[in-house]
Design a protein around this ligand. Structure first.
Ligand code: FAD
Length: 501
Protein backbone atom coordinates (compact mmCIF):
# COMPACT_ATOMS: atom_id res chain seq x y z
CA UNK A 1 0.00 0.00 0.00
CA UNK A 2 1.52 3.35 -1.09
CA UNK A 3 2.01 5.91 1.73
CA UNK A 4 0.28 9.10 0.55
CA UNK A 5 1.59 12.44 1.85
CA UNK A 6 -1.21 14.60 0.45
CA UNK A 7 -4.61 14.19 -1.10
CA UNK A 8 -6.03 16.56 -3.75
CA UNK A 9 -8.64 16.61 -6.47
CA UNK A 10 -9.00 18.33 -9.82
CA UNK A 11 -11.23 18.05 -12.88
CA UNK A 12 -8.40 17.01 -15.19
CA UNK A 13 -4.97 15.58 -14.46
CA UNK A 14 -2.52 15.68 -17.35
CA UNK A 15 0.71 13.69 -17.37
CA UNK A 16 3.29 15.45 -19.57
CA UNK A 17 3.28 19.20 -20.24
CA UNK A 18 4.95 19.83 -23.59
CA UNK A 19 3.05 20.17 -26.88
CA UNK A 20 0.05 17.94 -26.27
CA UNK A 21 -0.10 18.35 -22.50
CA UNK A 22 0.07 22.14 -22.45
CA UNK A 23 -2.40 22.44 -25.34
CA UNK A 24 -4.88 20.13 -23.59
CA UNK A 25 -4.41 22.07 -20.35
CA UNK A 26 -5.18 25.29 -22.23
CA UNK A 27 -8.31 23.79 -23.80
CA UNK A 28 -9.70 22.63 -20.44
CA UNK A 29 -8.61 25.69 -18.45
CA UNK A 30 -10.10 28.14 -20.93
CA UNK A 31 -13.41 26.30 -20.49
CA UNK A 32 -13.20 27.01 -16.77
CA UNK A 33 -12.13 23.53 -15.63
CA UNK A 34 -9.54 22.92 -12.96
CA UNK A 35 -6.40 21.39 -14.43
CA UNK A 36 -3.21 20.01 -12.92
CA UNK A 37 -0.53 19.19 -15.51
CA UNK A 38 2.66 17.53 -14.34
CA UNK A 39 5.98 16.88 -16.00
CA UNK A 40 9.12 15.29 -14.73
CA UNK A 41 11.12 17.90 -16.66
CA UNK A 42 12.02 21.37 -15.41
CA UNK A 43 11.29 23.90 -18.14
CA UNK A 44 12.90 25.21 -20.27
CA UNK A 45 14.01 21.70 -21.12
CA UNK A 46 15.19 20.01 -24.30
CA UNK A 47 13.89 16.78 -25.78
CA UNK A 48 15.06 14.59 -28.64
CA UNK A 49 13.21 16.28 -31.48
CA UNK A 50 13.83 18.67 -34.30
CA UNK A 51 11.21 21.38 -34.48
CA UNK A 52 10.20 22.59 -37.88
CA UNK A 53 6.73 24.11 -37.83
CA UNK A 54 5.02 24.77 -41.15
CA UNK A 55 2.40 27.55 -41.32
CA UNK A 56 -0.45 25.23 -40.28
CA UNK A 57 1.55 24.31 -37.17
CA UNK A 58 2.26 27.98 -36.44
CA UNK A 59 -1.49 28.54 -36.78
CA UNK A 60 -2.07 25.88 -34.10
CA UNK A 61 0.42 27.59 -31.80
CA UNK A 62 -1.51 30.77 -32.43
CA UNK A 63 -4.82 29.05 -31.67
CA UNK A 64 -3.63 28.08 -28.18
CA UNK A 65 -2.34 31.60 -27.58
CA UNK A 66 1.39 30.76 -27.48
CA UNK A 67 2.51 32.52 -30.65
CA UNK A 68 3.37 35.87 -29.03
CA UNK A 69 5.73 34.18 -26.57
CA UNK A 70 7.25 32.14 -29.39
CA UNK A 71 7.83 35.11 -31.69
CA UNK A 72 9.49 36.96 -28.82
CA UNK A 73 12.47 34.64 -29.48
CA UNK A 74 12.66 36.11 -32.99
CA UNK A 75 12.79 32.89 -35.03
CA UNK A 76 13.34 33.56 -38.75
CA UNK A 77 9.96 33.67 -40.49
CA UNK A 78 10.34 31.25 -43.38
CA UNK A 79 7.99 32.23 -46.16
CA UNK A 80 9.26 29.65 -48.64
CA UNK A 81 9.68 25.89 -48.79
CA UNK A 82 11.95 24.05 -51.15
CA UNK A 83 12.58 20.45 -52.13
CA UNK A 84 15.51 19.63 -54.35
CA UNK A 85 16.43 16.17 -55.66
CA UNK A 86 19.81 15.82 -57.36
CA UNK A 87 19.70 19.32 -58.80
CA UNK A 88 15.97 19.39 -59.67
CA UNK A 89 14.42 22.10 -57.54
CA UNK A 90 10.90 23.06 -56.54
CA UNK A 91 10.68 26.34 -54.65
CA UNK A 92 7.29 27.66 -53.58
CA UNK A 93 5.88 30.35 -51.31
CA UNK A 94 3.72 29.07 -48.48
CA UNK A 95 -0.02 29.71 -48.74
CA UNK A 96 -1.74 31.47 -45.86
CA UNK A 97 -3.28 29.19 -43.22
CA UNK A 98 -5.49 30.93 -40.66
CA UNK A 99 -3.64 34.17 -41.30
CA UNK A 100 -0.15 32.61 -41.09
CA UNK A 101 2.06 32.45 -44.18
CA UNK A 102 5.39 31.47 -42.67
CA UNK A 103 7.01 28.55 -40.90
CA UNK A 104 9.40 28.70 -37.95
CA UNK A 105 12.00 26.53 -36.28
CA UNK A 106 12.34 27.46 -32.61
CA UNK A 107 14.29 24.93 -30.49
CA UNK A 108 12.23 22.84 -28.13
CA UNK A 109 13.40 24.38 -24.82
CA UNK A 110 11.95 27.76 -25.85
CA UNK A 111 8.99 26.36 -27.78
CA UNK A 112 7.83 24.07 -24.99
CA UNK A 113 8.46 26.70 -22.31
CA UNK A 114 6.23 29.13 -24.23
CA UNK A 115 3.47 26.50 -24.24
CA UNK A 116 3.88 25.82 -20.52
CA UNK A 117 3.72 29.53 -19.68
CA UNK A 118 0.64 29.93 -21.88
CA UNK A 119 -1.05 27.03 -20.07
CA UNK A 120 -0.32 28.71 -16.74
CA UNK A 121 -1.70 31.98 -18.02
CA UNK A 122 -4.88 30.15 -19.08
CA UNK A 123 -5.33 28.99 -15.48
CA UNK A 124 -3.78 25.51 -15.46
CA UNK A 125 -1.44 24.52 -12.68
CA UNK A 126 1.75 23.10 -14.20
CA UNK A 127 3.97 21.21 -11.76
CA UNK A 128 7.51 20.54 -12.88
CA UNK A 129 9.83 17.77 -11.66
CA UNK A 130 6.80 15.72 -10.81
CA UNK A 131 6.37 12.19 -12.14
CA UNK A 132 3.49 9.79 -12.47
CA UNK A 133 3.80 6.98 -9.98
CA UNK A 134 0.63 4.94 -10.36
CA UNK A 135 -2.90 5.18 -11.71
CA UNK A 136 -5.91 4.81 -9.45
CA UNK A 137 -9.06 2.98 -10.50
CA UNK A 138 -12.61 2.93 -9.23
CA UNK A 139 -13.92 -0.31 -10.66
CA UNK A 140 -12.98 -0.26 -14.34
CA UNK A 141 -12.72 3.52 -14.46
CA UNK A 142 -9.60 5.62 -13.98
CA UNK A 143 -10.27 7.98 -11.09
CA UNK A 144 -6.92 9.56 -10.36
CA UNK A 145 -3.22 9.00 -9.96
CA UNK A 146 -0.40 9.10 -7.46
CA UNK A 147 2.43 11.44 -8.43
CA UNK A 148 5.84 11.92 -6.90
CA UNK A 149 7.00 15.50 -6.43
CA UNK A 150 10.63 16.61 -6.62
CA UNK A 151 11.08 16.40 -2.83
CA UNK A 152 9.82 12.81 -2.90
CA UNK A 153 6.34 13.59 -1.56
CA UNK A 154 3.64 11.27 -2.87
CA UNK A 155 0.43 13.07 -3.76
CA UNK A 156 -2.85 11.39 -4.60
CA UNK A 157 -4.79 13.44 -7.14
CA UNK A 158 -8.37 12.38 -7.86
CA UNK A 159 -9.72 13.49 -11.24
CA UNK A 160 -12.60 13.10 -13.64
CA UNK A 161 -10.26 12.61 -16.59
CA UNK A 162 -6.65 11.49 -16.73
CA UNK A 163 -4.80 12.56 -19.89
CA UNK A 164 -1.58 10.82 -20.90
CA UNK A 165 0.42 13.40 -22.84
CA UNK A 166 3.63 11.68 -21.85
CA UNK A 167 5.15 10.98 -25.25
CA UNK A 168 5.94 7.88 -27.26
CA UNK A 169 7.05 5.83 -24.25
CA UNK A 170 3.85 6.77 -22.44
CA UNK A 171 3.58 5.35 -18.94
CA UNK A 172 -0.12 6.16 -18.95
CA UNK A 173 -0.58 4.03 -22.08
CA UNK A 174 1.21 1.17 -20.36
CA UNK A 175 -0.74 1.46 -17.12
CA UNK A 176 -4.13 1.53 -18.87
CA UNK A 177 -3.14 -1.46 -21.02
CA UNK A 178 -2.85 0.40 -24.33
CA UNK A 179 0.96 0.39 -24.66
CA UNK A 180 1.19 -1.98 -27.61
CA UNK A 181 0.03 -0.24 -30.82
CA UNK A 182 -2.84 -1.80 -32.72
CA UNK A 183 -1.26 -0.59 -35.95
CA UNK A 184 2.17 0.69 -36.85
CA UNK A 185 4.94 0.81 -39.38
CA UNK A 186 8.64 0.08 -39.29
CA UNK A 187 10.67 3.12 -40.11
CA UNK A 188 13.71 2.64 -42.30
CA UNK A 189 15.37 5.99 -41.69
CA UNK A 190 17.27 7.38 -38.73
CA UNK A 191 17.71 11.01 -37.62
CA UNK A 192 21.06 12.71 -36.99
CA UNK A 193 21.22 16.46 -36.50
CA UNK A 194 23.40 19.35 -35.41
CA UNK A 195 22.99 23.09 -34.87
CA UNK A 196 25.62 25.43 -36.28
CA UNK A 197 26.24 29.08 -37.13
CA UNK A 198 24.52 29.74 -40.43
CA UNK A 199 27.05 30.81 -43.07
CA UNK A 200 24.24 32.44 -45.08
CA UNK A 201 22.84 34.89 -42.51
CA UNK A 202 21.48 37.96 -44.26
CA UNK A 203 20.48 36.08 -47.42
CA UNK A 204 17.17 34.74 -48.74
CA UNK A 205 18.18 31.27 -47.51
CA UNK A 206 17.16 32.36 -44.01
CA UNK A 207 13.57 32.48 -45.30
CA UNK A 208 13.55 28.91 -46.64
CA UNK A 209 12.74 25.57 -45.07
CA UNK A 210 14.51 23.12 -47.33
CA UNK A 211 14.85 19.44 -48.05
CA UNK A 212 17.76 18.29 -50.21
CA UNK A 213 17.66 14.76 -51.56
CA UNK A 214 20.65 12.87 -52.87
CA UNK A 215 21.46 9.18 -52.79
CA UNK A 216 19.33 7.58 -50.09
CA UNK A 217 19.67 10.40 -47.53
CA UNK A 218 17.46 13.45 -47.20
CA UNK A 219 19.01 16.57 -45.66
CA UNK A 220 16.62 18.97 -43.94
CA UNK A 221 17.89 22.47 -43.22
CA UNK A 222 15.94 24.87 -41.04
CA UNK A 223 17.03 28.37 -39.94
CA UNK A 224 16.83 28.99 -36.18
CA UNK A 225 17.08 32.18 -34.08
CA UNK A 226 20.35 33.96 -33.31
CA UNK A 227 21.97 33.16 -36.64
CA UNK A 228 21.88 29.42 -36.00
CA UNK A 229 20.70 26.75 -38.41
CA UNK A 230 19.77 23.11 -37.91
CA UNK A 231 20.80 20.37 -40.30
CA UNK A 232 19.12 16.98 -40.03
CA UNK A 233 20.14 13.96 -42.08
CA UNK A 234 17.58 11.23 -42.53
CA UNK A 235 19.23 8.26 -44.20
CA UNK A 236 19.24 4.51 -43.50
CA UNK A 237 18.74 3.86 -39.78
CA UNK A 238 21.71 1.49 -39.95
CA UNK A 239 23.95 4.54 -40.50
CA UNK A 240 23.17 6.01 -37.07
CA UNK A 241 25.97 4.16 -35.20
CA UNK A 242 28.40 5.60 -37.76
CA UNK A 243 27.22 9.14 -37.01
CA UNK A 244 27.69 8.51 -33.30
CA UNK A 245 31.10 6.97 -33.71
CA UNK A 246 32.57 9.73 -35.85
CA UNK A 247 30.27 12.73 -36.37
CA UNK A 248 32.94 14.78 -38.09
CA UNK A 249 33.66 12.10 -40.68
CA UNK A 250 29.94 11.63 -41.31
CA UNK A 251 29.44 15.37 -41.75
CA UNK A 252 32.16 15.45 -44.41
CA UNK A 253 30.80 12.28 -46.04
CA UNK A 254 27.34 13.83 -46.25
CA UNK A 255 28.70 17.06 -47.79
CA UNK A 256 30.52 14.95 -50.40
CA UNK A 257 27.42 12.85 -51.09
CA UNK A 258 25.08 15.83 -51.39
CA UNK A 259 26.73 18.84 -53.08
CA UNK A 260 23.63 20.99 -52.50
CA UNK A 261 24.19 20.69 -48.73
CA UNK A 262 27.74 21.90 -49.22
CA UNK A 263 26.45 24.91 -51.17
CA UNK A 264 24.01 25.73 -48.36
CA UNK A 265 26.15 24.92 -45.31
CA UNK A 266 29.76 24.57 -46.44
CA UNK A 267 32.01 26.53 -44.08
CA UNK A 268 29.51 26.42 -41.19
CA UNK A 269 31.17 26.68 -37.77
CA UNK A 270 30.43 26.33 -34.08
CA UNK A 271 28.67 22.97 -34.22
CA UNK A 272 26.56 21.66 -31.38
CA UNK A 273 26.84 18.07 -30.28
CA UNK A 274 25.23 15.55 -32.60
CA UNK A 275 21.79 14.33 -31.61
CA UNK A 276 20.49 11.14 -33.14
CA UNK A 277 17.99 8.33 -33.06
CA UNK A 278 17.36 5.27 -35.17
CA UNK A 279 14.06 4.55 -33.52
CA UNK A 280 11.01 6.09 -35.15
CA UNK A 281 8.34 3.41 -35.44
CA UNK A 282 5.10 5.12 -36.47
CA UNK A 283 2.03 3.88 -34.62
CA UNK A 284 -1.53 4.25 -33.43
CA UNK A 285 -2.56 3.29 -29.91
CA UNK A 286 -6.00 3.03 -28.42
CA UNK A 287 -6.26 6.60 -27.16
CA UNK A 288 -9.45 6.68 -25.13
CA UNK A 289 -11.13 4.62 -22.45
CA UNK A 290 -13.13 4.95 -19.24
CA UNK A 291 -11.82 8.05 -17.51
CA UNK A 292 -8.64 8.33 -19.60
CA UNK A 293 -7.32 9.64 -22.91
CA UNK A 294 -3.97 9.79 -24.66
CA UNK A 295 -2.85 12.97 -26.42
CA UNK A 296 0.04 13.72 -28.77
CA UNK A 297 2.75 11.13 -29.33
CA UNK A 298 1.40 9.01 -26.49
CA UNK A 299 -1.48 8.01 -28.74
CA UNK A 300 -0.16 8.40 -32.26
CA UNK A 301 3.27 8.94 -33.79
CA UNK A 302 4.10 9.74 -37.41
CA UNK A 303 7.51 9.56 -38.96
CA UNK A 304 9.43 12.79 -38.23
CA UNK A 305 10.57 13.07 -41.84
CA UNK A 306 7.43 15.07 -42.64
CA UNK A 307 7.63 17.32 -39.55
CA UNK A 308 3.99 17.11 -38.44
CA UNK A 309 4.14 15.85 -34.85
CA UNK A 310 4.16 19.17 -32.99
CA UNK A 311 1.26 20.52 -35.01
CA UNK A 312 -0.87 17.47 -34.36
CA UNK A 313 0.07 17.24 -30.68
CA UNK A 314 -0.95 20.87 -30.14
CA UNK A 315 -4.05 20.71 -32.33
CA UNK A 316 -5.55 17.54 -30.91
CA UNK A 317 -4.48 18.41 -27.37
CA UNK A 318 -6.48 21.62 -27.66
CA UNK A 319 -9.39 19.84 -29.33
CA UNK A 320 -9.41 17.22 -26.56
CA UNK A 321 -9.78 20.00 -23.98
CA UNK A 322 -12.42 21.92 -25.92
CA UNK A 323 -14.49 18.83 -26.74
CA UNK A 324 -14.34 17.11 -23.38
CA UNK A 325 -14.62 20.07 -21.01
CA UNK A 326 -18.43 20.28 -21.26
CA UNK A 327 -18.76 16.52 -20.63
CA UNK A 328 -16.66 16.24 -17.47
CA UNK A 329 -19.72 15.95 -15.23
CA UNK A 330 -21.13 12.92 -17.02
CA UNK A 331 -18.87 9.84 -17.30
CA UNK A 332 -20.79 8.33 -20.22
CA UNK A 333 -20.74 11.56 -22.22
CA UNK A 334 -17.07 12.04 -21.32
CA UNK A 335 -16.09 8.62 -22.65
CA UNK A 336 -18.03 9.30 -25.85
CA UNK A 337 -16.23 12.64 -26.20
CA UNK A 338 -12.72 11.19 -25.74
CA UNK A 339 -13.56 8.48 -28.26
CA UNK A 340 -14.86 11.08 -30.74
CA UNK A 341 -11.62 13.04 -30.43
CA UNK A 342 -9.61 9.88 -31.10
CA UNK A 343 -11.72 9.15 -34.19
CA UNK A 344 -11.34 12.73 -35.44
CA UNK A 345 -7.58 12.67 -34.93
CA UNK A 346 -7.28 9.52 -36.98
CA UNK A 347 -9.58 10.78 -39.73
CA UNK A 348 -7.51 13.95 -40.05
CA UNK A 349 -4.09 12.33 -39.62
CA UNK A 350 -4.20 9.03 -41.47
CA UNK A 351 -3.33 10.40 -44.92
CA UNK A 352 -0.30 12.11 -43.38
CA UNK A 353 0.60 8.94 -41.45
CA UNK A 354 0.70 7.03 -44.76
CA UNK A 355 2.78 9.80 -46.33
CA UNK A 356 5.27 9.60 -43.47
CA UNK A 357 5.50 5.83 -43.87
CA UNK A 358 6.09 6.30 -47.56
CA UNK A 359 8.85 8.87 -47.07
CA UNK A 360 10.49 6.83 -44.34
CA UNK A 361 11.34 4.05 -46.79
CA UNK A 362 14.95 4.18 -47.90
CA UNK A 363 15.02 4.88 -51.62
CA UNK A 364 17.26 6.70 -54.07
CA UNK A 365 16.25 9.86 -55.91
CA UNK A 366 13.16 9.02 -57.93
CA UNK A 367 12.87 10.24 -61.53
CA UNK A 368 9.08 10.46 -60.98
CA UNK A 369 9.60 12.75 -58.00
CA UNK A 370 12.01 14.81 -60.09
CA UNK A 371 9.29 15.26 -62.74
CA UNK A 372 6.85 16.35 -60.05
CA UNK A 373 9.37 18.89 -58.72
CA UNK A 374 9.99 20.27 -62.23
CA UNK A 375 6.26 20.63 -62.82
CA UNK A 376 5.38 22.17 -59.45
CA UNK A 377 8.34 24.56 -59.21
CA UNK A 378 7.19 28.12 -58.57
CA UNK A 379 3.49 27.21 -58.90
CA UNK A 380 0.77 29.08 -57.14
CA UNK A 381 -1.19 27.59 -55.42
CA UNK A 382 1.81 25.85 -53.92
CA UNK A 383 0.64 22.26 -54.21
CA UNK A 384 3.86 20.75 -52.92
CA UNK A 385 3.76 22.86 -49.75
CA UNK A 386 0.04 22.18 -49.36
CA UNK A 387 1.03 18.64 -48.34
CA UNK A 388 3.33 19.89 -45.57
CA UNK A 389 0.70 22.41 -44.57
CA UNK A 390 -2.21 19.98 -44.45
CA UNK A 391 -4.13 22.14 -46.91
CA UNK A 392 -4.44 19.10 -49.16
CA UNK A 393 -3.80 15.43 -48.51
CA UNK A 394 -0.67 14.00 -50.15
CA UNK A 395 -2.63 11.45 -52.20
CA UNK A 396 -4.86 14.27 -53.45
CA UNK A 397 -1.90 16.39 -54.56
CA UNK A 398 -0.05 13.46 -56.10
CA UNK A 399 -3.27 11.96 -57.40
CA UNK A 400 -3.48 9.22 -60.08
CA UNK A 401 -3.72 11.80 -62.87
CA UNK A 402 -0.61 13.71 -61.86
CA UNK A 403 1.15 10.46 -61.00
CA UNK A 404 0.51 9.12 -64.50
CA UNK A 405 1.72 12.40 -66.05
CA UNK A 406 4.96 12.39 -64.07
CA UNK A 407 5.59 8.69 -64.68
CA UNK A 408 5.02 9.14 -68.44
CA UNK A 409 7.46 12.08 -68.52
CA UNK A 410 10.05 10.09 -66.59
CA UNK A 411 9.66 7.13 -68.94
CA UNK A 412 10.18 9.36 -71.98
CA UNK A 413 13.45 10.85 -70.80
CA UNK A 414 16.55 9.71 -72.61
CA UNK A 415 18.41 7.01 -70.67
CA UNK A 416 15.46 6.34 -68.33
CA UNK A 417 15.60 3.08 -66.36
CA UNK A 418 12.12 2.04 -67.50
CA UNK A 419 11.77 -1.23 -65.55
CA UNK A 420 12.71 0.62 -62.33
CA UNK A 421 10.23 3.40 -63.06
CA UNK A 422 7.45 0.91 -63.76
CA UNK A 423 8.21 -0.94 -60.51
CA UNK A 424 7.96 2.36 -58.67
CA UNK A 425 4.64 3.13 -60.34
CA UNK A 426 3.19 -0.18 -59.18
CA UNK A 427 4.47 0.27 -55.62
CA UNK A 428 3.20 3.84 -55.34
CA UNK A 429 -0.17 2.91 -56.82
CA UNK A 430 -0.59 0.20 -54.16
CA UNK A 431 0.10 2.73 -51.41
CA UNK A 432 -2.33 5.21 -52.96
CA UNK A 433 -5.08 2.63 -53.16
CA UNK A 434 -4.66 2.00 -49.42
CA UNK A 435 -4.81 5.72 -48.61
CA UNK A 436 -7.86 6.28 -50.81
CA UNK A 437 -9.65 3.22 -49.46
CA UNK A 438 -9.07 4.33 -45.88
CA UNK A 439 -10.32 7.81 -46.68
CA UNK A 440 -13.45 6.64 -48.46
CA UNK A 441 -14.29 3.85 -45.99
CA UNK A 442 -12.82 4.93 -42.65
CA UNK A 443 -12.94 2.35 -39.86
CA UNK A 444 -12.35 3.19 -36.21
CA UNK A 445 -9.14 1.55 -34.98
CA UNK A 446 -8.53 -0.08 -38.30
CA UNK A 447 -6.17 -3.04 -37.93
CA UNK A 448 -6.06 -3.97 -41.59
CA UNK A 449 -2.51 -3.53 -42.89
CA UNK A 450 -2.27 -1.07 -45.80
CA UNK A 451 0.53 -0.93 -48.37
CA UNK A 452 2.21 2.05 -46.69
CA UNK A 453 2.76 0.10 -43.47
CA UNK A 454 5.72 -2.17 -42.83
CA UNK A 455 4.02 -4.32 -40.23
CA UNK A 456 7.25 -6.11 -39.26
CA UNK A 457 8.19 -3.39 -36.79
CA UNK A 458 9.66 -4.48 -33.48
CA UNK A 459 8.05 -3.46 -30.24
CA UNK A 460 9.33 -1.85 -28.09
CA UNK A 461 11.40 -0.08 -30.78
CA UNK A 462 15.18 -0.40 -30.68
CA UNK A 463 17.94 1.64 -32.25
CA UNK A 464 19.40 -0.46 -35.09
CA UNK A 465 22.85 -1.77 -34.44
CA UNK A 466 22.73 -1.31 -30.69
CA UNK A 467 20.24 -3.85 -29.42
CA UNK A 468 18.76 -7.21 -30.26
CA UNK A 469 15.48 -6.94 -32.19
CA UNK A 470 12.43 -8.49 -30.65
CA UNK A 471 9.94 -10.66 -32.55
CA UNK A 472 7.50 -8.85 -34.87
CA UNK A 473 4.61 -7.21 -33.09
CA UNK A 474 1.49 -9.28 -32.87
CA UNK A 475 -1.01 -6.93 -34.42
CA UNK A 476 -3.98 -8.76 -32.99
CA UNK A 477 -2.50 -8.44 -29.50
CA UNK A 478 -2.60 -4.67 -29.89
CA UNK A 479 -6.07 -4.51 -28.42
CA UNK A 480 -5.16 -6.55 -25.36
CA UNK A 481 -3.62 -5.21 -22.22
CA UNK A 482 0.13 -5.68 -22.07
CA UNK A 483 1.13 -4.88 -18.52
CA UNK A 484 4.57 -6.42 -18.92
CA UNK A 485 5.74 -4.21 -21.79
CA UNK A 486 8.31 -1.69 -20.67
CA UNK A 487 9.40 1.59 -22.26
CA UNK A 488 11.79 1.43 -25.19
CA UNK A 489 15.43 2.40 -24.92
CA UNK A 490 15.56 6.17 -25.21
CA UNK A 491 17.96 7.09 -27.94
CA UNK A 492 18.21 10.56 -26.45
CA UNK A 493 20.00 8.98 -23.54
CA UNK A 494 22.61 7.37 -25.78
CA UNK A 495 26.10 8.65 -25.05
CA UNK A 496 26.83 11.76 -27.09
CA UNK A 497 29.84 11.65 -29.38
CA UNK A 498 32.46 14.34 -29.17
CA UNK A 499 31.22 17.73 -30.33
CA UNK A 500 32.27 18.99 -33.73
CA UNK A 501 34.24 22.17 -33.46
C1 FAD B 1 14.04 12.86 -34.00
C2 FAD B 1 12.69 13.53 -34.05
C3 FAD B 1 12.52 14.67 -34.80
C4 FAD B 1 11.28 15.30 -34.85
N1 FAD B 1 11.15 16.42 -35.60
C5 FAD B 1 9.96 17.06 -35.65
C6 FAD B 1 9.82 18.27 -36.38
O1 FAD B 1 10.78 18.78 -36.98
N2 FAD B 1 8.60 18.86 -36.40
C7 FAD B 1 7.52 18.32 -35.76
O2 FAD B 1 6.43 18.88 -35.83
N3 FAD B 1 7.64 17.18 -35.05
C8 FAD B 1 8.83 16.55 -34.96
N4 FAD B 1 8.95 15.42 -34.23
C9 FAD B 1 7.79 14.93 -33.49
C10 FAD B 1 7.62 15.73 -32.19
O3 FAD B 1 8.81 15.67 -31.44
C11 FAD B 1 6.49 15.12 -31.35
O4 FAD B 1 5.39 14.83 -32.17
C12 FAD B 1 6.07 16.03 -30.22
O5 FAD B 1 7.14 16.25 -29.35
C13 FAD B 1 4.92 15.41 -29.44
O6 FAD B 1 4.66 16.16 -28.29
P1 FAD B 1 4.04 15.47 -27.00
O7 FAD B 1 3.68 16.57 -26.09
O8 FAD B 1 3.00 14.51 -27.39
O9 FAD B 1 5.19 14.57 -26.38
P2 FAD B 1 6.64 14.94 -25.87
O10 FAD B 1 7.18 16.12 -26.54
O11 FAD B 1 7.42 13.66 -25.97
O12 FAD B 1 6.45 15.31 -24.32
C14 FAD B 1 6.14 14.35 -23.37
C15 FAD B 1 6.41 14.91 -21.99
O13 FAD B 1 5.93 13.97 -21.02
C16 FAD B 1 6.81 13.95 -19.92
N5 FAD B 1 6.67 12.68 -19.24
C17 FAD B 1 6.86 11.45 -19.75
N6 FAD B 1 6.60 10.51 -18.83
C18 FAD B 1 6.25 11.16 -17.70
C19 FAD B 1 5.89 10.74 -16.40
N7 FAD B 1 5.83 9.43 -16.09
N8 FAD B 1 5.60 11.68 -15.48
C20 FAD B 1 5.67 13.01 -15.78
N9 FAD B 1 6.00 13.46 -17.02
C21 FAD B 1 6.29 12.55 -17.95
C22 FAD B 1 8.19 14.13 -20.53
O14 FAD B 1 9.10 14.65 -19.57
C23 FAD B 1 7.90 15.10 -21.67
O15 FAD B 1 8.14 16.42 -21.25
C24 FAD B 1 10.18 14.76 -34.15
C25 FAD B 1 10.34 13.61 -33.39
C26 FAD B 1 11.58 13.01 -33.33
C27 FAD B 1 11.74 11.77 -32.50
Amino acid sequence: MTEIDRHESTDVLIIGSRCAGSAAAIGFARAGRSVVAIDRAKFPSDTLSTHVNFPSAVAELQAVGALGRILAHDPPKCTHGMVEADGVRCLQRFATVDGIDYGICLPRPELDHALVETAREAGAEVRERTALQEILWTGKRVSGAVVRERDGALVQIDCKLLVGADGRRSTVARLVGAERPYRGSRNERGCAFWYMDDPLVGTEWRERLIQLRSGTTHALIFPCPEGRVMCLFMGPAEDIPRYRKDPEAMWEAMLDANPAVRVRLGGATNFSKLRSTGDNVAFHRRSSGPGWALAGDAGHFKDPIIGQGIRDAVRFGRILGETCAPALGDPKALDAATRAVEARRDRECNATYHWGNRESRVFGVSPIVQEALRDLDGQDPPLLLHMFDRVQKPHHVLNPLRGAKYAARALMRRGADRPAILREVVEEARIDVGAWREELRPRFRNTRLTASERGDYVWPPRTPGTTTPEPPADRAAGIAADPTAGGAADAAAAPEPAALT
